[in-house]
Design a protein around this ligand. Structure first.
Ligand code: G3H
Ligand code: 13P
Ligand code: ZN
Length: 341
């Protein structure tokens, strides 16, 4: 069932779970995610980066997601824009039927971040779409997400973390619905130079200055060693890859107000490891279904594993009940395109 992230976060905030936000780029990835969420009865956020919009053409991705909504009516689904960087992009996402958007002005000076975020909030809220915005800086480098080198980030981490008092001001001046915080996570597969420790004390402080505001953790892949080993065993070259330990992610959603956890890298690793394995062990194989099919299953297994880390397995029915009870409308787009729901 399609919805905004609001009913999910209402329950997640002090319900001891977090909602996985998984990046989608093609059919197999999307199917792997949604099949895992259906099997585990978990809500899910399907998120689309600017790079994904360009790679797949948003019309194709949107139809794939619409098919998920039709095929899996019992799964709470939000369609989210990941790292939107301009108000024009936010406007396009609203017009494309997203139910949630992120405006990421975190790399701008503070006042510019406030101005950009407020403008995006005005555009999105006018259409019934909820908004995530970011304060603080994450490490790592992703296409379209400029971050910091792992060594530099970890060495100087204090100065990049979200400031709790600034967060309070940011929330009240922008009217955002959820806040992406820098608390020691980082994008990509090479997040850290040494074992990380998330700044739980900082989350606690932000929760005090911003009571009730759902928090979002980007860069939350764990880069499990067994997947890096598989990639490297079958011809890959990813030395020194390192992620956020799953126990720390589990703690963030169970004990704190972290409601949304962004995971992309671990899906990429699962898919890549499997395709490499097929190519290495069956060199005569050339039917794409014979490597994309196993890759889809690898995504499914990875997402199931994540849903247990996030403790969101089994929460789908409660979220749907809550959404119906609230009687919240879908974004305006769905008034105009009723058949699409
Ligand atoms: O945080 C960024 C996501 O991993 C999306 O990456 O911009 O390469 O699609 P992308
Ligand atoms: P990872 O690179 O840790 O998967 O983070 C993804 C992300 O934050 C997408 O916005
Ligand atoms: Zn991110």
């Amino acid at each position: 069932m399609l919805m905004t992230t609001k009913p999910m976060f209402d329950l997640a905030y002090d319900g001891g779970f977090g909602v996985g936000a998984f990046n989608v780029n093609n059919m197999e990835i999307t199917q792997g995610i949604i099949e895992a969420c259906a099997a585990e009865k978990s809500p899910c956020i399907l998120q689309i980066s600017k790079g994904a919009r360009q790679y797949a053409n948003i019309r194709f991705l949107k139809h794939i997601i619409d098919a998920c909504v039709e095929e899996y009516p019992d799964v709470p689904i939000a369609i989210h824009c990941d790292h939107g960087d301009t108000v024009e992009l936010i406007r396009d996402c609203v017009e494309d039927g997203y139910t949630s958007v992120m405006i990421d002005g975190s790399h701008h000076p503070y006042e510019e971040n406030v101005r950009l975020t407020k403008e995006a909030v005005d555009v999105a809220h006018a259409a019934g779409v909820v908004v995530e915005a970011e304060l603080g800086m994450l490490g790592g480098i992703e296409e379209d997400v400029v971050g910091l080198d792992a060594h530099e980030y970890q060495k100087n981490i204090e100065k990049f973390l979200t400031d709790p008092d600034e967060a309070k001001d940011f929330v009240s001046r922008t009217g955002l619905d959820s806040l992406a915080v820098a608390i020691g996570t980082s994008h990509g597969a090479f997040k850290f130079a040494k074992e990380p420790k998330l700044a739980f004390d900082r989350i606690e402080q932000i929760m005090k200055t911003c009571p009730g505001v759902p928090l979002v953790m980007h860069g939350s892949s764990s880069v499990p060693k067994e997947f890096i080993d598989l990639v490297n065993k079958y011809g890959g070259d990813m030395p020194n890859a390192m992620g956020v330990p799953e126990e720390q992610i589990a703690m963030a959603v169970r004990k704190y107000g972290v409601c949304k956890v962004n995971i992309d890298t671990d899906l990429r690793l699962a898919m890549t490891a499997k395709i490499r394995e097929v190519f290495a062990t069956k060199p005569a194989e050339f039917d794409p279904r014979k490597y994309l099919g196993p890759a889809r299953d690898a995504i499914l297994d990875m997402v199931k594993r994540k849903l247990h880390v996030l403790n969101s397995a089994g929460k789908a029915d409660d979220v749907i009940k809550h959404w119906k009870k609230q009687g919240e409308p879908l974004p305006a787009y769905y008034g105009k395109h009723a058949a699409a729901v």
